[in-house]
Design a protein around this ligand. Structure first.
Ligand SMILES: *[C@@H]1O[C@H](CO)[C@@H](O)[C@H](O)[C@H]1NC(C)=O
Length: 212
């Protein structure tokens, strides 16, 4: 009996985990139900079709006529509900010449960038404040480890296109410039806590929609 019990335990564990996996193959988000702290409720499996697993929203370039000369088109759980619970998502990046993704972080997600046309200079800053950056060519990948500040720039005279993949269905972003200058963070407090001069802070607040 002493030898058998662990075997029975292991077998029943395997059975129960495989049954569990079969039930939980997917959980297409049902946005009509309330969201819980663990994520979205699942659409009834009998109403799920192949079209829930296909998303066609990244086939069109984003509009880069903006301050950043860049556009991110997301395929996060909001746009692509089949991602719910699977911990993965994608986005498309279009950059006009001179386009930038200003220094920012996704606090909870690691990101892989895949350049599919043009050239993009991309990098990140480690916790030890070492800067790792390189100009990527078509086909190149770069990874931005979770939570670290990173940036991208198209320094070329031709447009660039890339795809981001995240290990999160909804990677939040925090842009340093907008966190400092795009809100009502008082100018004097920004100056005191960043060592920037107030004229520069006011100029950036003007450009990024901040006040105070
Ligand atoms: C792109 O955005 C600009 C600025 O908002 C707008 O004027 C223009 O019509 C947009 N272009 C397209 C093709 O949507």
């Amino acid at each position: 009996m002493r030898m058998i019990s662990p075997i029975i335990f292991t077998v029943s564990l395997l059975l129960s985990s495989s049954c569990h996996a079969a039930v939980q193959d997917f959980c297409v988000a049902d946005f009509t139900a309330p969201e819980s702290p663990t994520g979205h409720a699942c659409k009834k499996p009998e109403t799920v079709t192949v079209n829930d697993f296909v998303y066609s929203g990244l086939g069109v370039a984003g509009n880069t006529s903006n301050l950043l000369k860049a556009a991110v088109t997301p395929a996060f759980v909001t746009e692509f509900p089949a991602l719910n619970g699977l911990g993965i998502s994608l986005a498309r990046l279009d950059m006009a010449p001179g386009g930038v993704a200003p220094v920012h972080t996704h606090p909870g997600a690691t990101e892989v960038v895949h350049v599919v046309s043009g050239k993009i200079t991309a990098g990140f800053i480690s916790g030890a404040n070492k800067v790792y950056y390189k100009t990527l060519n078509k086909g190149d990948l770069i990874i931005f480890p979770q939570g670290l500040l990173h940036f991208l720039e198209n320094a070329e005279t031709t447009p660039a296109e890339a795809y981001f993949s995240f290990n999160s269905v909804s990677p939040g972003s925090q842009l340093v410039d907008f966190a400092l200058f795009g809100n009502d963070f008082p100018t004097e407090l920004v100056a005191a806590t960043t060592f920037l001069d107030t004229a520069q802070i006011k100029k950036l607040k003007g450009a990024l929609g901040g006040s105070g």
